[in-house]
Design a binder for this molecule. Structure first.
Ligand code: PLP
Length: 366
């Protein structure tokens, strides 16, 4: 019996290289793009372990949970880490980065998350990139939650290591990711004695045996399902047009931010300033007396397919995430999410205006 997932032919090196080129076009980059066949944490960790070590002084910006993870990896590599923690309802500014460099001129590495699906904020990478460039530090960016939802331009912004994953706005599976690597980043890895080599985490293995060898022979059998899915999701974005895909995400965020206050019941956008709110997902703050995780559980009990989640850890009390990405960057996903949250609030005896919310979302969509 044939099956769409089974008995797949091996993926050729030429096919693999063509998928890398397609991802490079999506990122508008001339840098080398290496596809990593694992969830995005694979290149995120690999890129840090390849470029940081004893002697590295890293400025690690924390605007959500991923920044915390990066700080831990950096410390584990032996780097000195200066954490710059920003309240989760805002974004970091280029001035804060400038001040950090003034205080510690030895900083030679900056790690930043572009958009945080987990906290709903997005950071001004273009402006920050200028400051990092002027200082000469290596610039590492987690663009997993921004790619497809808003512009990601590693070359224009001076990003040395830009990691993307397919599982958010690209609408793909979680098993494939990619990293663009600048010449400066390759040089840093080559001179780093602690950089993983002959390891699944190694980027240098891919440089030596794949990129520099003319991309003729793969290091191991590629994961066909994931690679084909990555190709399909880039193809689908190309067919719709990247600008259109990003526009859908921006409108979904604007509609959610407009609809939640119109719903009443005390739900408010968690990120105060719309310019600092990520197009990939909108976080909402619950009023006192309403536990976010309980409200979301009630909404999901009515419809488990809704793109709703509570914040992680301590945020689960006060934060709701509306994950309007991929196919859910659509009017009906936003409408049904807010309607379900409204119904769950009403069950709790909180008065809501379902019609008002619906009209506000419709209005934003026009
Ligand atoms: C989603 C996401 C990732 C990938 O991590 P998962 O928790 O496995 O989904 C990495 N970085 C950011 C900023 C993300 O939003």
């Amino acid at each position: 019996m044939t099956h769409p997932f089974l008995d797949l032919a091996p993926l050729s090196a030429a096919h693999f290289a063509s998928i890398e080129d397609r991802v490079a076009r999506l990122l508008r980059t001339e840098q080398d793009v290496v596809i990593m066949q694992g969830e995005a944490l694979l290149p995120l960790e690999g890129a840090i372990r390849s470029t940081a070590g004893p002697g590295t002084v890293a400025l690690n910006v924390i605007t959500g949970p991923y920044g915390q993870t990066f700080g831990n990896w950096l410390r584990d590599c032996g780097a000195e880490v200066i954490d710059l923690t920003v309240p989760f309802h805002t974004a970091v500014t280029a001035d804060q980065i400038r001040e950090a460099f003034l205080a510690r001129p030895e900083i030679d590495f900056v790690s930043l998350v572009h958009a945080e699906a987990a906290t709903g904020n997005t950071n001004p990478v273009a402006e920050i990139g200028e400051v990092v460039r002027a200082h000469g530090a290596l610039f590492y960016l987690d663009a997993v939650a921004s790619i497809g939802a808003e512009p990601v331009l590693p070359d224009a912004w001076g990003v040395d290591l830009c990691v993307i994953g397919a599982q958010k706005a690209m609408g793909g599976p979680a098993g494939v990711s990619a990293v663009s690597v600048s010449a400066r980043a390759w040089a840093r890895m080559t001179s780093n004695p602690g950089a993983p080599r002959r390891s699944y985490l190694s980027l240098l293995d891919w440089k030596d045996r794949w990129v520099d060898a003319g991309r003729k022979t793969l290091l191991h059998a590629p994961a066909q399902l994931e690679m084909l899915a990555l190709e399909a999701c880039v193809e689908r974005i190309e067919a719709e047009g990247l600008d259109k895909v990003m526009r859908r995400h921006a409108v979904a965020a604007a509609a959610t931010r407009a609809g939640a206050p119109a719903l009443g019941g005390g739900l408010k956008p968690y990120v105060h300033d719309a310019t600092e709110a990520a197009p990939v997902a909108t976080t909402l703050r619950t009023p006192s007396g309403v536990i976010a995780s309980e409200l979301v559980a009630r909404a999901l009990a009515a419809d488990p397919t809704l793109p709703l989640a509570a914040g992680g850890g301590a945020l689960s009390k006060e934060m709701i995430r509306v994950n309007h990405y991929g196919v859910d960057a659509a009017a009906d996903a936003v409408q049904s999410s807010l309607a379900a949250l409204g119904a769950a609030l009403a069950e709790q005896g909180v008065p809501v205006d379902l019609e008002g919310a619906r009209a506000a979302v419709d209005e934003a969509w026009r």
